[in-house]
Design a protein around this ligand. Structure first.
Ligand code: MD5
Ligand code: FE
Length: 203
C-alpha cells in the first residue's frame, strides 16, 4: 500500500518484508567491515543510536561537526560498497513514489536498542535537496516523529514497523523529524533492536 503521510512523503507499508532475510544478510556483511559505533555530537554528547555506512560516502560526526566522508574514520578505509539488493530496494521504492532514476551515493545505517532515540533535526547537508531520502525500517517498531520545516510545529507520530519504507521528498525533505525512545521488545529476525537505513544523494 502507498500511503501519503504528508506533502512529498510516502509510506510504502511492508515494502521490504518479502526480501528481509537477504537484506539483513547484506547489512550484516557491511557491519562486519564497518562496525556500528556511537558518534559524539559537536556539543559533546554521545548519540544513543549506533551508526555505520555503506556506499561512496558516509555520515560522520565529531567535535568538529557533522559531515559526509569517503573514508571510515575508524579504519581509514573506504566505506563498504552498497550491496546491490539495498541499492535496488531504494531505487524501486523511490520509483514507486514518483522519483525515477534515484541513485544514492550514501547509505547511513542506524541501530536503536531499547531506550535509544534520535532528537528532532533536519537533514540538510546533502547537495541536491530535490532528491528524496529513502528510509527502510527493520526489526522492532518505532514511533517516528514527523514535523514540518518549522521547528515550532508539533510533530505527528507515526508507527513504523519491520519492512516499512518511507520516501521523503518535496516539501517533506526539510521537515523536522526524530525517533522516540525505542520500546523494548523482541523481533523474530533482529532480536531486541531496530535498524534504519537511509539512502541519500549527497554529492
Ligand atoms: C531513523 N533517521 O528512523 C530516521 C529515518 C537520520 C534519520 O532521521 O537522519 O538518520 S530518516 C527520516 C527522514 C529523513 C529525511 C526527511 C525526513 C525524515 N522528513 O522529512 O521527515 O533512523
Ligand atoms: Fe534525519
Amino acid at each position: 500500500a502507498l500511503t501519503p503521510i504528508a506533502p512529498g512523503a510516502v509510506l510504502l507499508y511492508g515494502f521490504a518484508r518479502g526480501g528481509d532475510a537477504a537484506l539483513l544478510q547484506a547489512i550484516e556483511s557491511v557491519l562486519s567491515q564497518a562496525p556500528l559505533r556511537h558518534w559524539q555530537t559537536p556539543g559533546g554528547y554521545t548519540m544513543s543510536a549506533a551508526m555505520s555506512n555503506c556506499g561512496p560516502l558516509g555520515w560522520v560526526s565529531g567535535a568538529s561537526g557533522y559531515r559526509y566522508a569517503a573514508l571510515d574514520p575508524l579504519s581509514g578505509q573506504p566505506w563498504p560498497a552498497m550491496p546491490a539488493c539495498l541499492m535496488d530496494l531504494a531505487r524501486r521504492a523511490a520509483a514507486q513514489a514518483g522519483y525515477a532514476n534515484f541513485t544514492p551515493d550514501a547509505c547511513l545505517i542506524n541501530e536503536y536498542l531499547p531506550g535509544a532515540k534520535l532528537s528532532l533535526h533536519q537533514d540538510k547537508d546533502e547537495k541536491d535537496l530535490r532528491a528524496p531520502i529513502v528510509s527502510l525500517s527493520l526489526g522492532l517498531p518505532a514511533v517516528f516523529l514527523f514535523g514540518t520545516p518549522s521547528r515550532k510545529d508539533r510533530p505527528q507520530r507515526w508507527r513504523l514497523v519491520h519492512g516499512d519504507v518511507v520516501v521523503w521528498g518535496g516539501p517533506s525533505r526539510l521537515a523536522y523529524h526524530g525517533v522516540a525512545a525505542l520500546a523494548d521488545g523482541e523481533h523474530a529476525l533482529l532480536g531486541r533492536r531496530r535498524l534504519n537505513l537511509t539512502f541519500r544523494c549527497v554529492k
